[in-house]
Design a protein around this ligand. Structure first.
Ligand code: SF4
Ligand code: SF4
Ligand code: SF4
Length: 237
């Protein structure tokens, strides 16, 4: 059965438990960082940081607020990155769960084509090996009936994981509740992704790539996929 996440940003306290749990489960090293004037650390996703909690200080309705965005791959329903990959087996979509998986063969792909195809700008390349990486839904855990490490560790209930249909229903129900007090709340691209975020305020306040429509407001999913297929067409033309 297709799996999915529901990430309720009204409940995220930026504890960064999910970010640390991801590093721990994936045995990924820490980043060398420096103080850049924010509690956020590190500044961005990387080949060795598959999940990062973004911090923003914003003014909403004339009130100062702090908003947090645990960013990761959205495991798109029809993944543009997988569709444009010219090397078979480099980017695969797990049939049972829908998880989008990057293999060692990504080293044979052109990184810029992969990066450009992603509406959320998620993939990152290792400078030495040229392999590309991102969140893999903790597929090893999920296949053994365990929650992804980030979901298991979340202490507030912001992160949820389960059957995609159930997550979608949970997201829609919660949106209705939140809208009673926060009418501008929205779900991020709920029909196109397996990681559904609930944004209590305008998604662009959280991150410039928070939802695909911010990058291309008038682009339909069909158009996005056509855009993603361009490198493939180039290859065979
Ligand atoms: Fe990291 Fe696994 Fe969570 Fe993906 S699902 S962000 S790989 S802990
Ligand atoms: Fe691929 Fe980007 Fe979608 Fe993740 S979010 S599946 S990297 S297109
Ligand atoms: Fe937010 Fe949960 Fe991650 Fe903590 S573990 S930063 S509450 S999503």
């Amino acid at each position: 059965m297709a799996k999915g996440f529901f990430i309720d940003l009204t409940k995220c306290t930026a504890c960064r438990g999910c970010q640390v749990a991801c590093k721990q489960w994936k045995k990924l090293p820490g980043e060398k960082t420096q103080n850049w004037g924010s509690h956020q650390n590190p500044k961005d996703l990387s080949y060795i940081t598959l999940k990062v909690v973004h911090f923003q200080e914003v003014v909403v309705d004339n009130k100062l607020d702090y908003i947090f965005f645990p960013e990761q791959c959205r495991h798109c329903v029809s993944a543009p990155c997988a569709m444009q990959a010219a090397k078979p087996g480099a980017i695969i979509q797990d049939e049972a769960t829908g998880a989008v998986i990057y293999t060692e063969k990504t080293a044979e792909l052109k990184f810029q084509d992969v990066a450009d195809s992603c509406p959320y700008k998620i993939p990152r390349m290792d400078a030495k090996t040229k392999r590309i990486s991102k969140c893999d839904m903790c597929l090893d855990r999920v296949q053994n009936n365990k929650l992804p490490a980030c979901v298991l560790t979340c202490p507030t209930g912001a992160m949820n994981f389960g059957e995609l249909e159930a997550m979608s229903a949970m997201a829609k129900k919660r949106l209705e509740e939140v809208k009673k007090t926060t009418p501008k709340a929205v779900l991020g691209d709920p029909d196109d992704v397996r990681v559904i975020y609930l944004f209590p305020v305008d998604p662009k306040l959280y991150h410039q790539n928070a939802v695909a429509s911010l990058e291309a407001p008038l682009m339909t999913r069909k158009q996005l996929l056509a855009k993603a297929a361009t490198p493939l067409r180039r290859l065979f033309s």
